[in-house]
Design a protein. Structure first.
Length: 131
């Protein structure tokens, strides 16, 4: 089920479009996987996934892995199912990416940026307790 979408930049040797969606699975478009030179592993059986609107799709179990490099955000490496993605996007990411990278999302501008870093010395905010 897709609830929010936004576009950013994905770097795998070159900038490529990216769709990050609030999902519980990750997906990579077959054309993106080929352009990026990703290795696709095929597994036995089919995978049934539930799409928005209650529709279901049955897809081959094909998986790949890659690293997402966005300017000023931490590198994120993940695995993904290789499948067609709506809206002509290359990648769909889920909540684990949002939780780990924790970007500031501008839904209107459809962009992400890093959160400001707080500088704290090792002795700040430390309370000593005598026993």
């Amino acid at each position: 089920m897709v609830t929010y979408n936004y576009r950013a930049r994905l770097t795998i040797n070159q900038p490529l479009p990216l769709l990050a969606a609030v999902l519980s699975i990750y997906a990579a478009c077959p054309h993106f996987a080929a352009r990026a030179g990703l290795t696709i592993r095929k597994h036995a059986g089919l995978l049934t996934i539930r799409l928005g609107g209650g529709k279901e799709a049955v897809i081959p179990r094909r998986v790949t892995s890659f690293s997402i490099i966005l300017p000023d955000l931490s590198i994120y490496t993940t695995g993904a199912f290789v499948m067609d993605i709506p809206e002509s996007c290359d990648v769909m990411l889920g909540m684990p990416w949002l939780e780990e990278v924790n970007p500031i999302i501008d839904w209107t501008a459809k962009s992400v940026r890093p959160r400001p870093q707080t500088a704290m010395s090792s002795t700040e905010n430390v309370t000593e307790t005598a026993c």
